[in-house]
Design a binder for this molecule. Structure first.
Ligand code: ADP
Length: 499
């Protein structure tokens, strides 16, 4: 056990790839790193070894109160409240530059803390940079309208920031989710209290230091480490937070919405789970489709809300695709996140590892066939072999529930009608994909699949300029693109009597 007294506010870290840096460990509140009010700390575990590698200070409800007060003061009274939109833009652009200068450190932290491969981690940081620049570009282009009603009145709308925003992020893309949340909230002129996931606190704290270096005034961006049931719940029910943005499980999403309803009716956006269909028609380029279905499920070790976890293949090519896909899945390099050739790193935690393995057992009990994988990879850390289930039916739990790991199902379909029915057969609706050479087929599927994103002849093609979010139980609202600005502004109507 460690206590707050023995855990410094920052510490030199040396990562397995030799990268050395100063890791902040305190809570970032009002522009400084501080200890938590209750003097608690919690463990940081390296998923590749299952070993404790350090401790960070823990926020509880008392720290959320302090952070919210700092954010409220910054919003109403501090330099932020008087800052021009152009200056807000400059700060975000500066932050993006600092991410770029620190790309190697940030990517290495992500690989260490989350267990993802270093090559994917670099991709995450590159996307963070793009996202922060994109919203830096928006900051001074947010405006209202003049609306004509009669000659006796002059009416206009303003798109105003909401105030203090609470942001709760998951562990699968610790820094990318940080950037998706911070970018639009800050571009619109809000202040934020962001809680990172308890499994992956390190990157968010390093990024907090970069916010300080970029010159954000104290209290504008507050980053806290802590648990969902304490710090997270305090954010969701806080009376002075007027908007909460959450990315995580559907189960917790419901709790967040309930807490928001029962407190001050804060505005809610939710980006939740998925069980996305990835559809291969007989006229597809099969080699390319197999690459995309592999990338669709095993990218980020399957820990993606939009993972293509239900693969549907047209009957006539089913046997051929399953053979090719099995070979492709087995060829993925699984293992040490810091090995440059690794594609699939570790699952984030023991709890996730156990959860995924329990779904493998459920699948077997339900009568599905394990085509490949279904077991641990290696002897230490939380690695799972890429797993494919065949012989599945729509009502099986492995076909309906989100597994959030490198496990997918592959099923047959007859024709377009059949696959539309099957594709739309879960409560989720985050993403989907169709592989075909026919424009007509692609567009019909795109029109009829009930999902927030449809990829055609690709997968995971996410870009900061493209709105992302879910139909059904996959969420409320859209992140990224211009759409995300709606989440962080409210419209004020001003009507002037000219008569
Ligand atoms: P997972 O089950 O994959 O860990 P969660 O949805 O539980 O995903 O976690 C996503 C984020 O939500 C994390 O930052 C976590 O701390 C937070 N969280 C979990 N439970 C709650 C809760 N009851 N209220 C607010 N936040 C929560």
């Amino acid at each position: 056990m460690s206590s707050a007294a023995s855990v410094p506010l920052s510490q030199k870290f040396k990562l397995p790839n030799g990268v050395e840096y100063e890791q902040p460990l305190g809570l970032f509140i009002n522009g400084d790193f501080v200890t938590g009010k209750e003097g608690k700390v919690f463990e940081v575990i390296n998923p590749a070894t299952a070993k404790v590698v350090g401790f960070v200070h823990e926020a509880t409800a008392a720290d959320v109160d302090i952070a919210v007060d700092a954010a409220e003061t910054a919003f109403y009274d501090g330099p932020w409240s008087k800052m021009s939109a152009a200056d807000r833009s400059k700060l975000l652009l500066k932050l993006a530059d600092l991410f770029e200068e620190n790309l190697t450190v940030l990517a290495s932290i992500e690989a260490f803390d989350n267990g993802k491969s270093i090559q994917l981690a670099r991709g995450d940081i590159t996307a963070c940079i793009g996202c922060l620049r994109y919203y830096g570009g928006w900051a001074d282009k947010i405006h209202g309208k003049v609306i004509e009603t009669s000659p006796e009145s002059f009416n206009y709308t303003k798109q105003e920031p909401i105030g203090v925003c609470g942001q709760i992020i998951p562990w699968n893309f610790p820094l990318l989710m940080w950037a998706w949340k911070i970018g639009p909230a800050i571009a619109c002129g809000n202040t934020v209290v962001l809680k990172t996931a308890e499994q992956t606190p390190l990157g968010g704290l390093y990024a907090a230091k970069l916010c300080k270096d970029a010159g954000f005034p104290p209290g504008v961006i507050n980053i806290i480490s802590g648990f969902g049931r304490t710090a997270g719940a305090a954010i969701a029910s806080h009376m002075k937070i007027h908007k909460v943005a959450f990315t995580g499980s559907t189960l917790v999403g419901r709790q967040i919405m309930k807490a928001a309803a029962e407190s001050n009716l804060k505005k809610v956006t939710l980006e939740l789970g998925g069980k996305s269909p990835n559809i291969v028609f007989e006229d597809a380029d099969i080699d390319r489709a197999v690459e995309w279905i592999n990338f669709g499920i095993y990218y980020n070790a399957g820990q993606c809300c939009c993972a293509g976890s239900r693969i549907y293949v047209q009957e006539s090519i089913y046997d051929k695709v399953i053979e090719a896909f099995k070979k492709r899945a087995e060829a993925n390099v699984v293992g040490n996140p810091f090995d440059e050739t690794t594609f699939q790193g570790a699952q984030v935690s023991e709890a996730q590892y156990n959860r995924i393995m329990s779904y493998v057992e459920i699948g077997k009990e339900e009568g599905a066939t394990v085509e490949t994988g279904g077991e641990r990879h290696g002897s230490e850390g939380y690695f799972i072999k890429p797993t494919v289930f065949s012989n599945v039916t729509e009502n099986m739990r492995i076909m309906q529930e989100e597994i959030f790991g490198p496990v997918c199902t592959i099923a047959k379909f007859k024709d377009l009608e059949d696959v539309i029915n099957k594709g739309n057969s879960t409560a989720y609706g985050l993403a989907s994909a169709v592989h075909t050479r026919s424009l007509g087929t692609a567009m019909e599927v795109a029109n009829r699949i009930r999902a927030g994103t449809v990829w055609v002849n690709c997968y995971n093609s996410i870009h900061w300029a493209l709105p992302f979010g879910g139909y059904g139980e996959s969420g409320i609202g859209r992140e990224l693109g211009k759409e995300a600005l709606r989440n962080y502004t409210q419209i004020k109507t001003v009507s002037i009597n000219l008569s």
